[in-house]
Design a binder for this molecule. Structure first.
Ligand code: NAP
Length: 468
């Protein structure tokens, strides 16, 4: 299979969009279900290709296919029930304004063709058929996927499966087309007929493409889900009550998937008199070197760790040797002052199995970190019931995170209708949007109000009254 040119891929998707503009919610649901069924049928084969390309391991990858099909079906179920993107009506009220008004009906139209960029670390859940494609298709949009160079064979296979499944559901196959290449990715965002972008990836890549979207003659919405320095803070009471358990949970979470999660606990804050950091450091020698997704990612991780080691006030702890794509986990201890320096290497995401561990003397010091004016995807507080510090920490994190976790770890984003996966910049480019959960479809649906719209011009196909 060869990649389409950008012009060709966009034009074909645009034509499919024209035909699909007034698709019924049931028809969109059928498309999503057809894709989910096809993926489930080939889960083992797909996970095997993904494992060869990513080294993420079969259990994780088979599980990720299941998560992806669950997500597709969640949108399908909601479309059938009329519980997303359903028209809502304000019936006419006779009399003069402001009380009196005509009949207003709010409907949601597809925004148009959506460009989707997936990330290296979730070949299924944030890939060709991940949340961005699922939510765009749910909103009635055609999708042009930028295939990821970290899993080229898998990407092509997924595109092929999706196109066949779309056609199998009686919809235009070109509702999903794809392109490949860095230059092509930039051209895709600039292409006239693209009306929105869903991006999951690095801050640098996301920002470069966001700027292209914003600088077009006709700027378009760019929904970028980026990297994040997710904080985890432990109160004094929690450190006293269950320090060893917290140390173990921290190391497990920061090394899950070889640390290649946007939600990894990037910054741990513990009271200065606790032994949690020592206990976490003691676990490092028991951990093997980990195979990272690509040689480039391993090189960048190694360079990131080297930059941290060269930073004043910073100590890098690594137990085993690293070479090539085999990288050993690292815990980085640092002075609070070094972390608070905005120019410090500590303030950049180091994508891979590492985390920064800091200590605080009193809650006000911890709040200096928690109150930084930078968005994060998720933050966690470990505390006890009636903990005097927990309330302050929770409220501080809530000001800058999309998700706040009590007595848990940031890794693991449940697929549920009300999930919020995003956050203020630089965690994401649109702080009010989520890329996981049913609300993700709202990014690609454009509200229109029909005022006194003549009933005989309504498209019954596109209207499903909200199921009460
Ligand atoms: P990436 O290097 O930014 O790549 C993502 C996609 O964007 C790739 O297809 C890449 O293509 C393209 N791209 C990047 N820069 C580009 C540019 N300047 N012009 C055109 N295309 C460009 O990210 P990644 O390595 O795949 O993923 C790891 C990052 O994603 C980490 O930072 C992680 O935290 C983040 N992430 C975030 C979430 C979230 O939901 N917030 C989820 C998963 C991962 P090329 O490689 O061909 O350039």
């Amino acid at each position: 299979m060869t990649a389409d040119t950008v012009i060709d891929a966009v034009e074909r998707a645009h034509r499919a969009q024209q035909a699909w503009w007034v698709s019924e919610p049931q028809a969109r649901a059928a498309v999503l279900e057809s894709i989910a069924t096809a993926l489930d049928a080939q889960a083992e084969e797909l996970a095997t290709i993904a494992d060869r390309e990513t080294h993420l391991g079969m259990p994780r990858l088979v599980g990720e296919v299941a998560r992806t099909t669950f997500q597709l079906r969640m949108f399908a179920t909601a479309l059938r029930a009329g519980s997303i993107l359903a028209p809502q009506t304000d019936p006419a009220v006779p009399g003069p304004p402001p009380q009196g008004h005509p009949t207003l009906q709010r409907v949601y139209l597809p925004i148009g063709v959506v460009a989707v960029f997936g990330a290296s670390n979730f070949p299924f859940a944030f890939g060709v058929l991940g949340g961005d494609s699922a939510s765009a298709l749910a909103a009635g949009c055609a999708v042009v996927v930028k295939e990821h160079p970290a899993h080229p064979e898998l990407s092509q296979r997924l595109v092929q499966i999706a196109r066949d499944a779309i056609a199998g559901a009686g919809a235009p196959m070109d509702l999903l087309t794809s392109v490949r290449g860095v230059r092509e990715g930039a051209e895709l965002v600039a292409a006239d007929q693209i009306r929105a972008v869903g991006f999951t990836g690095s801050l640098a890549g996301g920002r470069a493409l966001y700027d292209i979207a914003a600088n077009r003659a006709t700027p378009i919405p760019f929904y970028g889900e980026l990297g994040s320095l997710n904080p985890v803070v432990v109160t004094r009471a929690a450190a006293t009550a269950r320090g060893p358990e917290i140390a173990k949970g921290y190391v497990e979470s920061m090394t899950l998937g070889a640390g290649q999660f946007c939600t990894k606990p990037a910054v741990l804050l513990v009271p200065a008199d606790s032994t949690i950091i020592d206990e976490a450091l003691a676990l490092l020698p028991g951990l093997p070197a980990m195979t990272l997704l690509t040689a480039d990612i391993a090189t960048r991780f190694d360079a990131g760790i080297a930059a941290l080691a060269a930073t004043p006030g910073v100590l890098v702890h690594r137990a085993t040797n690293s070479a090539g794509d085999q990288q050993s986990p690292a815990i980085v201890t640092a002075d609070l002052a070094a972390f608070l320096d905005p120019a410090s290497a500590l303030r950049h995401e180091c994508f891979g199995p590492s985390s920064v561990a800091l200590t605080y003397q009193d809650p006000a010091q911890a709040l200096q970190v928690l109150n930084l004016d930078e968005g994060v995807l998720v933050g966690c507080v470990h505390g006890e019931d009636d903990d005097p510090d927990a309330h302050l920490f929770l409220r501080a994190i809530e000001q800058r995170a999309g998700r706040v976790v009590w007595n848990g770890w940031p890794t693991g984003v449940a697929v549920t209708p009300e999930q919020m996966h995003g956050g203020p910049y630089p965690a994401a480019t649109a702080s009010t949007a989520t890329s996981v959960g049913l609300h993700a479809a709202e990014r690609f649906a454009r509200p229109v109000v029909r005022q006194d719209w003549p009933a005989h011009h309504s498209n019954p196909a596109a209207i499903v009254e909200r199921a009460e």
